[in-house]
Design a binder for this molecule. Structure first.
Ligand code: PLP
Length: 233
């Protein structure tokens, strides 16, 4: 094992402990929480080390980096997640490489994914990104826009919505993070019960290195972890 592999393996154990502590505090099973390793800070070898350490869900925030790593790590069984903004001109290649796109943030992007999916005969699994902190610098649907977006999605045959994604406000610390996450869960709870066939809101992708415990307490089924994995912060 290289030094880097050892560090990553240690960091994974520490994160797993944090996940399991938070899960037991929430009265949940840690098995229902999927850790997505966000590999945007590292090159291919460290990304491979994560996969070798048993983490098969890996995320990138830039489409081009996802394509490149998917090509270079095609021998590893990795499910690729796009967690950052997707431009419409990058949809074709991204939908064919991704297991799940977390960051679908506009109806125009939904339409593009649907149309490209029709060409490729592919149904794309996505999450709707919610700009829950109403930060002008963040992407995502406002909470109020979600019902209309879902009505529109009911007409799109090549999209399957698995849930919602959000980031907490950068300012404000854990109290604010927890409020943000709970607001996302409330949106989900309000909409459940009257959803079209291609919209399931089972997944909540909430929480990063600094706030994933709060996310787990509020029902996150996916957490996206970068720094804690690669720097041990
Ligand atoms: C970078 C990134 C993460 C990981 O954040 P860390 O603080 O490094 O754990 C999660 N989600 C998104 C959308 C990101 O861009």
């Amino acid at each position: 094992m290289t030094e880097e592999q050892r560090t990553i393996a240690n960091n994974i154990s520490r994160i797993r402990e944090r996940i399991s502590d938070a899960a037991s505090k929430a009265g949940r099973s840690a098995e229902n929480i999927c850790m997505i390793a966000v590999s945007k800070y590292v090159e291919v070898p460290a990304t491979r080390a994560v996969a070798l350490a048993g983490i098969k869900d890996i995320g990138e925030s830039r489409p081009q980096n996802l394509w490149e790593k998917a090509a270079q790590l095609s021998d590893a069984t990795i499910r690729w997640h796009l967690v950052g903004h997707l431009q419409r001109n990058k949809v074709a290649k991204t939908i064919s490489e991704s297991h799940l796109i977390h960051s679908v943030d506009s109806e125009r992007l939904l339409d593009e994914i649907d149309q490209e999916g029709m060409k490729q005969k592919r149904i794309t699994n996505i999450l709707l990104e919610i700009n829950i902190s109403e930060d002008e610098n963040k992407h995502g649907f406002s909470a109020n826009a979600v019902p209309n977006a879902i009505e529109h999605i009911s007409t799109l045959r090549h999209i399957r919505v698995k849930g919602l994604m959000a980031m907490s406000s950068r300012q404000g610390g854990c109290d604010v993070a927890r409020k943000n996450f709970s607001a996302v869960r409330e949106i989900r709870d309000r909409l459940s019960g009257s959803l079209p066939d291609n919209v399931l809101l089972d997944e909540l992708s909430l929480g990063m290195s600094g706030d994933f415990e709060d996310a787990i307490l509020e029902g996150a089924t996916m957490i996206r972890v970068g720094k804690a994995l690669f720097t041990g912060l």
